[in-house]
Design a protein around this ligand. Structure first.
Ligand code: COA
Length: 158
């Protein structure tokens, strides 16, 4: 069975993430969306909220599973028996960080490959932090996130 892990903070999940998950779901038998418990960011949504929002919004994709992980990503992938990590590349500016991440992960686990996909162009500028900021300042984020995420943002920011 071909399986891939798609890791991230998902604070919160956006249409851009969902676009990539849908693409991976066509390429692999199973996609494991791995929501990071340990993050240097200070998430707006706690782990349980980020998991619930991700699960709710990918429920229509039957070969996608959402789970939490802590510790090293490569350790999680190895324990799950997965040897492909998927990451999104939206613009050249993503490349440097992603190259470092992929190289470090390869150094730690040489048999795990990192695969990059690009989202549909209408999602290329979306990021979770911009979505949070627009929502916090009263803007409309309905083009960027699914309705349940929009509702959760509204509840959080009033
Ligand atoms: N659509 C919309 N937004 C996207 C996107 C897409 N397709 N792809 C990335 N983004 C955005 C995210 O919204 C996020 O934006 P923000 O920073 O403004 O909130 C940003 O790009 C990156 O977030 P994400 O893809 O969720 O990744 P991350 O950088 O938060 O996660 C981990 C990084 C969790 C994968 C990494 O830290 C990790 O592996 N941690 C585990 C510990 C470990 O192994 N460390 C050693 C690594 S070498």
């Amino acid at each position: 069975m071909r399986r891939v892990v798609y890791p991230g903070t998902f604070d919160p999940i956006t249409n851009g993430h969902i676009d990539l998950i849908g693409r991976a779901a066509c390429l692999f038998d199973q996609v494991v969306v791995a929501v990071a418990a340990d993050t240097h960011k200070h998430p707006t949504f706690d782990l349980e909220e980020r998991l619930a929002l991700a699960r709710g919004t990918v429920a229509h994709l039957t070969n996608v599973q959402v789970t939490a992980f802590s510790g090293l990503l490569v350790s999680f992938a190895e324990a799950a028996g997965i040897n492909v990590i998927m990451r999104g590349l939206r613009a050249v500016s993503d490349f440097e960080f992603e190259f470092q991440l992929a190289s470090m992960n390869r150094r730690m686990s040489p048999h795990i490959e990192t695969l990059f996909l690009t989202p549909a162009e209408q999602y290329a500028f979306i990021s979770s932090s911009l979505v949070r900021e627009v929502s916090r300042l009263g803007g409309d984020v309905s083009a960027f996130v699914p309705p349940e995420v929009r509702a959760a943002l509204r509840e959080r920011f009033g």
